[in-house]
Design a protein around this ligand. Sequence first.
Ligand code: HEM
Length: 555
Amino acid sequence: MLLDGNRYGHDDSIGHLGLTSTETGGLPLHKRKLTPMMLHLVETSAPSICGQPGLPERGLIGHVKFPASQYAGDNFPSQFSYILSHNGIAQSHNLDIALALHAAHQRHGNVVRIGFNHVSIATPEGLRTVYAHGNGFLKDIFYDAFVPHLPDVFTVRDRDEHARKRKLITNAFSPGAVHDFEPYMAVNLERWVAQLDRIAASPGKDGYAKLDIRPWCTFLAFDIIGDLAFGAPFGMVERGRDEVQSTQPGGPATYVPGAESLNRRGQVNNTLGWLPALRPWARYIPHPFFYKGLRSKANLHGIAVAAVERRLESVKESGTYQRRDILELLRRGKDAEGNPMPVDELIGEAHTQLVAGTDTVSNTSCAIIYWILEGERRNPGTILPRLLAELDAAIRPGSAIAAHGEVKNLQFLRLCIDESMRLHSTSAMGLPRVVTGKDGILCENEHFPEGTVLSVPSYTLHHNAEIWGPDVEEFKPERWLHATPQQKASFNPFSHGPRACVGQNVAHMEMALIIGTAFYRYDFKLYQQTLQSHEGFMKKPAECWVGIKLRNNKA
Ligand code: HEM
C-alpha cells in the first residue's frame, strides 16, 4: 500500500517539532539556502542513517528511493527539515524533544515519519512489535554515538554479542543480588537526610527551608551508584557539590563535575546519534555544545577507569574482595564458556552502570517528588494524607530512613511512583530499532520493509487521552487500581524485550527507599509551578524548588 504523505506527516514546516522560526534563524529550515557544508551533511547523513551493516544498500536522496520515503514524499527540502529539526537542532537549543514528537503525533496521527528512514509509531501495537523478543530487530546506529571506548551492553548492536554481555552482567541484577545492595543504599541515604536536616534547620518566614531538590537527587543517585558500581560513593552528598574524581589513561587524578558531564554527554551523544555524519568532525566544531560535550565523555570514562583501577588494586593486595556490590559481581561474571570479562570490558560495563543508573534514578526521583506534591496541590487531601498514613504505619518510629522491607510492598507508594513515571516519562523519546528480515514487518496495518528504523515514543504513549482518558494529564495514582489491559500494555518506563532495562529491580528499590524516606521524614511545600524538562537521552527536570521541614514525629 502506498501511504498518503499528509497522513504520515508530510510537512514542509518544522512547526511539527515545536521549533519557532527564531530558533531556526528566522526561516523554516526548508526555506533557508543550503550551504555546501549543509548539503554535505545531509548527503553523508542519509546513507549512514539508513544503511545498516549487512543490510541492503540504500542510496542518497534523489538517487535511490529508500523505504520510508513513502511516508513523507521525495521532496528534498522537507527531508532536510526532518533530519535536522528532529534532534540535532532541537538538542542544541535545549528543547524538550519528547514534547516536540508528541506534538507531531497529535498533529499527524499515530504513525509519523521523523527521519529519512525513521518512522515513529505511538501505539501499544507498535511497542509489542518493535521491541518484542525474537523479532530480530537491531538497535539503530544511533547508539554508536554512545559507545564509551568499546561497545557495552547498552550500545552493542550485534545480537549474539549482546546476549554474551547480558549473560555476563545478569547475575549482578538478580533479586538476590539486589537484596544485598541495601546497606550501600542505606549509608548514602543516611548522609542525604543528614544534609537535608541541616538545610531544614534554617527555615524561611513560612517555616520551610527552600531548596532545589533536583541536584540533591542527583548527588544521592551518583553516590549510590558510586558505592554499588565503583566500590565507594563519590562524596557528592557529603560535599553538596557536583564533583567526582576522574583519571585519564596515564594521567593524574583530577576532579570533574560528574552530573554536568553526564548531562553534556547525553546531549551531545543524542545529537551525534541522529547526525552520524557529524561524528568525525564534531571535535573540531568551535561550539561549547560539542567540545564540552565530548570532553564530558572523556571525563566519564575517566571516572570509570579510576574506580576499576582502585578495585583491581585492592583485590590484588588482599587476594579477595568482601563487598557484594555491582562491580564485584561484574568482576566475577562469566560468559557461556566460563570466561570473565577482560579489564577493558569491565571498565566499559562499570561505566554503563554509572550512566544508566544515575541519570535515570535521579531524574525520576525528582519527578516523583514533584508529581506527588503537584497532585496534592491540585486536589488537596487526596495524596499526602494517604501516603503519609501508609508510611507512618510501615516505618519503625524513630528511624532516620526507611528500610526496604518496610516500603517495598506499600501499595499507594508504588501507585504514586508508577503514576509519576507515566507523567514524567524519563525515557521519553522512541528508542530506535532497525527492521531486519527480507519480509520486513507489518504493524498498524502498514508494511515496513527491511532496513526501516522504527521507534515508539513512551512520552506520547503515556500521554494519549484515547488510552488514559480525559484526565490523562492529571496525577491520579488510583487509576492504576483499575488499569485496562491497553493501559498496562502502554506503560513503558523501562522498555520491553531483550534490550529492556536490566536494572529495574535496583531502580525500584532505590526509588522506594528515597521517596519513602523523603516523605516520611519531611513536610514538603511545592514552590515549583510546572516541571520544565530538557532532554539528553533521558528527560531531565531542569529544577524543582520545594520547601522542607522535619515532620512533627521527627522533632
Ligand atoms: C528509574 C530508573 C531507570 C529507568 C527509567 C531506566 C530505563 C531504561 C530504559 C528505557 C532502557 C532501554 C534503553 C534503550 O533501549 O535504549 C534501559 C536500559 C538499561 N538500563 Fe535502565 N533505567 C533505570 C535504572 C537503571 C539502573 C539503576 C541501572 C543499573 C544500575 C540500569 C541499567 C541499565 C542497563 C545496563 C541497560 C541496557 C540493557 C541492555 O541493552 O541490555 N538502569 N533502562
